[in-house]
Ligand binder design. Structure first.
Ligand SMILES: Nc1ncnc2c1ncn2[C@@H]1O[C@H](COP(=O)(O)OP(=O)(O)OP(=O)(O)O)[C@@H](O)[C@H]1O
Ligand SMILES: [Mg+2]
Length: 562
């Protein structure tokens, strides 16, 4: 692993400024280290000569100032480091959320959501020691030994040679240990992420697990993963402690070597007292930062690993960007109005990453304005994938989609989606009020508009029954509403959105016949004057369709125009 991940500097602006600051501070501290040793040697030599206290005071005062400055640099450096870490974490979390949204559901479907949640929270928090301890130590580990060897060489070249020869032992040992622990640290992180994923699964699927009597077994699984994580952590710590011992020993032996060599030459009169003192004071300082770096390395690896994973995600190209061959965003042309333009699918194929075979295989379809297309077919045939394609959650692996004659991939994504209202197969209601959930269809909608949309969706009675009406907090996933009630809230969203293209994914699935009939009537109003693509297993929609297509294993099996 590289000491500083260049991708981190690219994704987190705050890290760049901080790095410059750290280098500056490290060089200052290096100068202070040299000054402190020099002053101390001078003061001791003066005292030994017995010239009296008066001659000592100036040197002692400066020495005190140097010590105070070192303390201030250490304290100030840590404050700045933690502040930088907080900024970097906030920036990475914000980007991670935004980028995950951009990558969309097709990508998220192939990921472990628990792992990403752990990464964005606990994982990035581990960047604190990385910034506050590891990076400053890294600068010192480079600057101080070089400066010390140079200073000692100026005073006594023989000692400088001894230090210069023994110094590389420390990083060599540290690298050997590091290579050994790398796999362990990564395993530790993976286990922690798995633990997060399992826990999320258990909490979300508790009713299912209870019913099937699997709750105990899951608790056991969590217990096992925790145990594995504990062992991995202890293993890493054991190696860390042992390596600290080895490094300590190497440094102590090297220092002793210098001490013996200096002591002998002092006795023989080949070396001045003050020079000998200076060398003895400086020698341990050369080894100290390298040893400390070894210790900080272990403490900071978790943060570095998490940051690397975050960068991996941030560097994943969103669908469309990779295939479109054009830059999306502000520069892209705005799509034609769907009220008057056709959507043409030509031999479109879709493949999901990590899946064999095609989810859609050579589908051609013309969607004229105002048309109502019903898509049927068995489970797994690719019906939802067809909607995902129109929503641009998925991109065609082959074939083209054109809107008013322009390839969809070249059009501005946000402007395209603004023309679509979508009621997914499993509508997601967020923790928030009913009104907020409906307003998702059109942020900033007036209260009257929300009321109206709720009424059109037949959600008015549902909302009346709730303790605080539209302002009732729904809680995560709106557990307090029935499936049919949730469906009505989702339909209200679509009404409020008032977009020309309406995509409905099994709007009456899981509903009883009466509720289904009611929703059917609601959808009938919603479909007026709109282009509609409606996915449905069951009968009941054919009467309103202008085209019914049937999918089988991703292929268009039948195309019935009415
Ligand atoms: N995110 C994904 N990652 C990998 N494979 C996927 C993903 N989503 C769907 N698939 C696969 O693609 C195929 C088509 O799935 P799709 O959801 O389009 O089916 P469907 O016709 O909507 O089925 P259902 O009627 O059960 O909703 C299936 O084999 C499914 O397993
Ligand atoms: Mg589906």
């Amino acid at each position: 692993m590289r000491p500083v991940d260049p991708r981190l500097l690219r994704h987190a602006r705050a890290a760049r400024g901080y790095l410059i600051f750290t280098v500056g501070l490290g060089l200052t501290v290096t100068l202070l280290v040299l000054a402190q040793a020099g002053l101390l040697a001078h003061a001791l030599a003066t005292a030994a000569r017995g010239t009296g206290a008066a001659a000592l005071w100036p040197a002692l005062a400066v020495l005190l100032a140097v010590v105070a400055a070192r303390a201030m640099a250490a304290g100030g450096g840590e404050t700045v480091a933690l502040r930088a870490a907080a900024t970097v974490k906030a920036e990475l979390r914000r980007k991670l959320t935004a980028h995950t949204l951009r990558l969309g559901p097709a990508w998220l479907g192939g990921q472990q959501t628990g792992e990403i949640a752990t990464l964005a929270t606990k994982g990035l928090d581990a960047l604190d020691p990385y910034f506050a301890r590891y990076l400053p130590q890294l600068v010192l580990a480079v600057a101080v030994p070089v400066a010390v060897v140079a200073r000692v060489a100026a005073a006594d070249w023989i000692s400088a040679v001894v230090i210069a020869v023994t110094l590389p032992l420390i990083p060599v040992f540290a690298v050997l240990v590091g290579l050994h622990t790398k796999a362990r640290t990564q395993r530790q992180w993976r286990l922690l992420a798995t633990l997060g994923g399992h826990f999320l699964d258990v909490v979300e699927g508790l009713p299912t697990l209870k019913l099937f009597g699997r709750a105990k077994a899951q608790v056991q699984v969590i217990g096992e993963v925790s145990e594995a994580h504990r062992k991995a952590t202890m293993g890493t710590l054991r190696v860390a402690f042992t390596s600290a011992l080895v490094l300590e020993l190497a440094a102590a032996l090297a220092t002793a070597l210098v001490a013996v060599e200096v002591g002998l030459r002092l006795l023989a009169g080949h070396l001045g007292y003050q020079t000998a003192l200076l060398v003895l004071l400086l020698t341990p300082e050369a080894y100290l930062p390298l040893r400390a770096l070894g210790a900080q390395f272990h403490a900071s690896m978790e943060g570095a690993t998490a940051a690397a994973r975050a960068c991996d995600i941030l560097d994943t190209a969103p669908p469309g960007q990779a295939t479109a061959g054009s830059r999306l965003g502000s520069g892209a042309p705005v799509p034609a109005d769907l009220r008057s333009s056709d959507i043409m699918l030509n031999e479109v194929c879709v493949a999901y990453p990590g899946r064999d075979g095609l989810a859609l295989d050579g589908v051609s379809l013309a969607i004229a304005p105002g048309e109502r297309i019903t898509v049927t077919g068995p489970s797994g045939a690719g019906k939802s994938t067809l909607l995902a394609l129109l929503l641009r959650f998925a991109e065609p692996a082959a074939g083209t989609i054109e809107v008013g004659g322009v390839p969809l991939a070249h059009l501005d994504l946000a402007a395209w989606r603004a023309q679509i209202a979508w009621v997914p197969q499993h509508p997601y209601l967020f923790a928030g009020t009913v009104a907020e959930n409906i307003a998702l269809g059109q942020p900033g909608a007036s209260r009257a508009a929300i009321d109206h949309a709720a009424a059109l969706a037949g959600a008015a009675e549902v909302i009346e029954m709730l303790p605080a009406g539209l302002d009732t907090e729904l809680g995560e996933r709106a557990g307090r509403l029935s499936a049919g009630q949730r469906q009505r809230v989702a339909l209200a969203r679509a009404f409020l959105r008032d977009a020309p293209l309406l995509l409905l994914d099994e709007p009456t699935a899981h509903l009883d016949a009466i509720t289904a009939a009611e929703i059917l009537a609601t959808v009938e109003t919603l479909m007026a004057d709109r282009t509609v693509v409606l996915v449905s297993h069951g009968p009941g929609w054919e009467g309103q369709a202008s085209q019914t297509i049937t999918l089988h294993h991703g292929q268009l099996a039948a195309l019935v125009a009415t």
